[in-house]
Design a protein around this ligand. Structure first.
Ligand code: ZN
Length: 243
C-alpha cells in the first residue's frame, strides 16, 4: 500500500480525463494496492465503501449470479479506462453485482464517502462520475444486444481484443473454464471455438495462458460492440470541461 504520484494517476484513463487541479484534489485521499486475481472489490448485496481504479494492465470484472443454476456470469470488464464501486449509488448502498480482480496489478482505492464529499466540492468531479455511469449503462445495453445477436466466436474475439486493449498485452492467464464462465456459455462451445481460432493462427492457448498471435485477424473476427463502446467513452468524457 502506498500513496500515488501524479505519474501513477496517468495509468488510469478515467482519472486522466480530469484536469490536474481536480486530480490534485483527489490525490491526498488515494492509496495504491497490489491486488491478485480473485480479490473481491465489492460483494453483491453488501454496502459499498470503496471505489477502485485499475492502473495500467490491471483488470476487474463485474459478475451477476443467475440463481436458478447458481452460476455467476461476467457482465462487464473494467480496466484502466474505468472504476468500480459507488459510481451511481453514492456508495453506502448495497451493490447489485460482485466485482473482483480478473488480472493482477495495481489499483487506486478511495473511500466512497470521501469521493461523495469531493463531488460536492467540484462540479467537474461530479460530472466526471455521471458521465462514466452513462458509459457503464451503455456497456450494459451493448452487452445485452451482443449476447442476443453475436456468435460465440465473435464474443470470444471481442473479449480477447478488449482485454488486450485494456492491458496493453497480448498474453493472458485465463483457462477455458474461466472464459466459458465469463461468456455464460457451455465449456464445449468454448473448446470448439478456441480450437478453431488456434487452427486459423489467431491465438495460442496452453496451460491456462492465452496468447494473441494475429491481432488484426482477431479484430476482424470480433463483433463491433467493443469499438462502439470505445467511441461512446470518448464522446462522453473527452469534453468534460466544455460543459
Ligand atoms: Zn457483440
Amino acid at each position: 500500500m502506498s500513496a500515488p504520484t501524479l505519474q501513477d494517476l496517468a495509468g488510469n484513463a478515467l482519472i486522466s480525463a480530469l484536469r490536474e487541479e481536480d486530480r490534485r484534489r483527489l490525490m491526498p485521499h488515494m492509496m495504491i494496492h497490489e491486488l491478485r486475481p480473485g480479490d473481491v472489490l465489492q460483494e453483491s448485496g453488501q454496502e459499498v465503501f470503496e471505489t477502485w481504479f485499475p492502473l495500467d494492465a490491471a483488470l476487474a470484472s463485474f459478475s451477476v449470479a443467475t440463481y436458478r443454476d447458481n452460476d455467476a456470469v461476467e457482465v462487464a470488464l473494467v480496466g484502466r479506462e474505468g472504476a468500480v464501486g459507488g459510481i451511481v449509488s453514492d456508495g453506502s448502498i448495497a451493490a447489485y453485482a460482485t466485482a473482483s480482480v480478473r488480472m493482477a496489478g495495481r489499483f487506486i482505492r478511495i473511500r466512497s464517502q470521501t469521493l461523495e464529499q469531493l463531488k460536492t466540492e467540484s462540479i467537474h468531479v461530479r460530472h466526471w462520475f455521471s458521465r462514466y455511469s452513462d458509459y457503464l449503462l451503455a456497456q450494459s445495453f451493448q452487452n445485452a444486444a451482443c449476447n442476443a445477436k453475436h456468435t460465440i466466436t465473435q464474443r470470444t474475439a471481442r473479449w480477447l481484443v478488449s482485454a488486450m486493449d485494456r492491458t496493453q498485452s497480448n498474453r493472458f492467464e485465463l483457462t477455458q473454464e474461466q472464459l466459458a464462465e465469463m461468456l455464460g456459455v457451455g465449456r464445449t462451445f468454448v473448446t470448439r471455438t478456441v480450437s478453431a481460432m488456434r487452427a486459423e493462427g489467431l491465438i495460442e492457448s496452453r496451460r491456462g495462458v492465452f496468447t494473441v498471435v494475429n491481432e488484426q485477424a482477431l479484430r476482424n473476427h470480433s463483433c463491433s460492440c467493443g469499438a462502439a463502446l470505445e467511441r461512446h467513452f470518448h464522446a462522453v468524457l473527452d469534453n468534460l470541461y466544455q460543459s
